[in-house]
Design a protein around this ligand. Structure first.
Ligand code: FAD
Length: 534
């Protein structure tokens, strides 16, 4: 089986298939999760807003998918409260929205804490940062969020696939494929060396996300569906509220708008703009929209400006429509977020259209089921291919962490114990990290200032996390680049040593490549590059 694309949909396909005994390869032309799957709102949610369009089936499915993720990844996918202010005169009254939240709870099998209505005085007391002018109250309900970030979550599936024998490679692009007898011959290009080569497979899973249609054209695969694109951005700023909850508003365009905790920072967004291509970037207008909306709705010591932005995220939602449709007739923001897997049984070709990170376990299951129907043997068809390690492994890890007093190494800046963080990030592999720290206490030292990353973690990333470029590590295996300003990352003591660990003799080259990409042509970039040369 060849899986094309290492975003969430490709990653779960590879993890499910390889864990169930198939022989699998996965390639991505960039880094794993280097596109849409690094730009989400980091939420695993049942889609409360789709109640408005009466997509009850979709909400039920997403709620159950969310519940399954919370159960399977208790330290990574965690319940969080959504604190919502209601403006008088909004298109739905407060009573109706509270009722909607109750219904949402019911449709989600009462799995989370129940919703509650909030009086203005309770809101003022609990979240004084929220501006209540023009509000008549609010409510709170539960969904879940990805504690680290989406890209790290995706890499967990890539790592699981590798552990089950999958051959996964980032920076390898599919240039197209042809059929020869019962086989697909895919022409691939290694983006680092420029070398091209062929990959033979019985089936192809097209998980190219927003680029899936373009790849199908290369193969001459006709499908009943296609994508249209909705661009969304987020900005990251210093933490706005000390409470771990999502603040929810209705933006000026009527869409839900979130203030989401992101480690020591706050992530704000998102937008929903129809675009015609998946290649997008944050524009001045996007920034203005987000800043204006947030400044209107929060009581801040001073309004947020562009200077407060630490990092930005931007991507397109691949939305499924019928191949001959355009999605034009419908209200744009109300196009469905469901996924569709289309199979061509003649050629053993699957395309995954649309979807959400929340629904990823279903996508993995469905890909296995569809390929089994095509006669591809999955020797361990009943195997559970996802989830954190069993309780016994967890207990052993925390026991060992206690014995060696690991939490004494927790950075004073961190709001969470080191043992908890390592378990969440590395699961059973955290045991090997403990062993390394015992053998060499230098492995327990924080290497990149301000980023709370241990030398041992970077050494682990170098061995097991397929880091090709520095941004793979700073942006996707970790979230350093999202929570520390780029100029601070580049100036951090320890970055050079981190590069030496990650890239060996290529360290300087990779650092310079990153500085070039990070800084563009501005004066800051020139200074940074001069500093690196110095
Ligand atoms: C702003 C925004 C907010 C969102 N918020 C949420 C949320 O909170 N919760 C949620 O569940 N979902 C959310 N989503 C939806 C979710 O992020 C996407 O549905 C999901 O990430 C899509 O994953 P994918 O694997 O299909 O695509 P991608 O992640 O884009 O992966 C496709 C991969 O294919 C690769 N590729 C393309 N062409 C080739 C080729 N020729 N050869 C090899 N590789 C190729 C690309 O490099 C890319 O890595 C959000 C999306 C956006 C944009």
């Amino acid at each position: 089986m060849l899986v094309l694309g290492g975003g969430i949909n490709g990653a779960v396909s590879a993890a499910a298939l390889s864990s169930r005994g198939a022989r699998v390869a996965l390639i991505d032309r960039g880094d794993f999760a280097g596109e849409t799957s690094q730009s989400s709102s980091n939420l695993a949610w049942g889609g409360i807003k789709y109640l408005e369009t009466f997509e009850l089936g979709l909400v039920r499915k997403l709620c159950r998918a969310r519940n399954r993720l919370i159960r399977a990844y208790p330290s990574t996918v965690q319940e969080i409260r959504f604190f919502t202010a209601h403006q008088k005169g909004f298109r739905h009254g407060l009573f109706k929205l509270v009722f909607g939240a109750l219904f949402y709870w019911l449709i989600g099998d009462f799995f989370t804490r129940g919703p509650r209505r909030l009086s203005l005085s309770a809101m003022e007391r609990e979240e004084p940062i929220v501006r209540l002018d023009g509000c008549d109250g609010g409510f709170e309900y539960s969904d879940a969020f990805l504690h680290d970030n989406d890209a790290r979550f995706v890499f967990g599936f890539i790592r699981a696939a590798l552990d089950h024998g999958c051959a996964a490679a980032n920076y390898v692009e599919s240039l197209g494929a042809r059929r020869e007898g019962a086989l697909w011959i895919t022409r691939a290009r290694d983006a680092t060396s420029g070398r091209t080569f062929e990959i033979r497979s019985r089936a192809v899973v097209n998980a190219c996300g927003p680029w899936a249609d373009a790849h199908n054209v290369l193969l001459g695969e006709k499908t009943a569906h296609k994508h249209v694109f909705s661009k969304g951005i987020h900005i990251i700023v210093d933490r706005l509220t000390p409470h771990r909850r999502v603040l929810t508003f209705f933006a000026d365009d009527g869409r839900l708008f979130f203030v989401i905790p992101m480690g020591p920072k706050t992530c704000i967004g998102t937008t929903d703009t129809r675009v015609s291509t998946p290649e997008v970037a944050v524009t001045a207008e996007d920034r203005r929209f987000v800043l204006e909306n947030i400044n209107k709705r929060l009581r801040l010591p001073r309004p947020l400006t562009e200077a407060d932005i630490i990092a930005e995220r931007c991507g397109v939602r691949p939305l499924v429509v019928a191949a001959e449709g355009t999605g034009q007739g419908k209200d744009w923001t109300q196009l469905s977020r469901k996924h569709v897997i289309e199979v061509d049984p003649q050629t053993a070709h699957l395309t995954i259209f649309g979807g959400k990170i929340t629904d990823c376990l279903n996508v993995g299951e469905e890909v296995c089921a569809e390929l089994s129907k095509l006669g591809i043997a999955l020797p361990f068809a009943g195997r559970v291919w996802y989830g954190e390690p069993p309780a016994a492994v967890r207990d052993e890890y925390f026991h060992q962490a206690r014995l060696m007093d690991l939490d004494a190494l927790t950075s004073p800046r961190s709001s969470e114990k080191l043992s908890t963080r390592l378990w969440r990030r590395y699961g059973a592999n955290a045991l090997a990290l403990l062993e390394n720290i015992r053998a060499d206490p230098a492995m327990g030292e924080i290497l990149i200032e301000g980023a709370e990353y241990l030398r041992g973690e970077i050494e682990y990333a170098a061995r097991r996390e397929m880091v090709v470029k520095l941004s793979d590590f700073l942006r996707r295996r970790s979230k350093i680049e999202l929570v520390v300003r780029r100029e601070e990352v580049l100036a951090a003591r320890g970055l050079r040593e981190a590069c030496a660990i990650l890239f060996g003799p290529q360290a300087e080259e990779k650092l310079a490549e990153y500085a070039g990409a990070a800084g563009g042509a501005g004066a800051d970039a020139l200074q940074i590059r001069a500093k690196l040369r110095g």
